[in-house]
Design a protein around this ligand. Structure first.
Ligand SMILES: CC(C)(COP(=O)(O)OP(=O)(O)OC[C@H]1O[C@@H](n2cnc3c(N)ncnc32)[C@H](O)[C@@H]1OP(=O)(O)O)[C@@H](O)C(=O)NCCC(=O)NCCS
Length: 189
């Protein structure tokens, strides 16, 4: 049975592309999730240098969006390369991180909705998400935007002294959005 809907009072947030000066807020939200959740399998905080490298790797066609509430960045979502290998060029990975006090208020949904629409516009054929077991909010969020289960990678991570499964989810671009972003040659029609 799917987990029950868990929504607190929605927060009015504006979603926009991230700017270079948002990097510190992005890093801070991420590092809180590193320290307190199994949503990411990083176990050490992301350094300023690593954040810069991450930022550089998210130039178009990849993307970082932020959600802003009361002039503060309270969440972000990214479209990242799934693999450096060229034949994967039409596939990207999505990630979302909301500041702890703002979860369950519709911000993840606002970000992922925009991200998926942008991915379609940018010609991505397939989007992937890796969701650690025990994250019903993330499973529910992705499901709402068309991500479907591919399979479960059993006990691929260890964090906080536990072995953790990872669910792989995938969303195919709607047919109307299908265009070519293929590094490995012309895709089949
Ligand atoms: C997972 C995360 C991105 C979701 O964003 P959010 O803003 O909290 O989610 P929303 O409020 O938009 O809700 C999305 C869905 O999850 C459900 N949900 C939210 N919190 C939930 C919870 N604690 N348990 C179960 N379902 C929950 C909502 O009811 C909603 O489902 P619905 O549309 O069917 O009502 C956010 O909670 C987060 O940043 N968590 C920590 C980091 C993380 O897990 N990132 C994802 C990595 S894969």
């Amino acid at each position: 049975m799917p987990p029950a809907s868990v929504r607190a009072a929605p927060v009015a947030a504006t979603v926009r592309p991230a700017r270079p000066r948002d990097q510190e807020a992005v890093r801070s939200i991420y590092n809180d999730a590193v320290a307190t959740t199994t949503a990411t399998f990083d176990t050490e905080p992301r350094s300023v240098a690593a954040q810069r490298a991450w930022w550089a790797a998210h130039r178009a066609p990849y993307l970082v969006l932020v959600a802003v509430a009361a002039d503060e960045v309270v969440g972000w979502a990214s479209l990242s390369a799934w693999s450096e290998r060229r034949a994967y060029a039409a596939t990207a990975e999505v990630s979302e991180y909301i500041a702890a006090g703002y979860r369950g208020r519709g911000i993840g949904s606002a970000l992922l909705g925009r991200l998926v629409a942008q991915a379609d516009r940018r010609g991505f054929h397939s989007l992937l998400a890796r969701v650690a077991a025990g994250n019903p909010a993330s499973r529910r969020l992705h499901r709402a935007f068309g991500f479907r289960p591919v399979g479960v990678m059993r006990e691929v991570g260890v964090k906080f002294g536990r072995r953790i499964d990872v669910h792989l989810l995938q969303r195919m671009a709607p047919r109307r959005a299908l265009r070519t972003r293929a590094g490995g040659g012309t895709p089949p029609s």
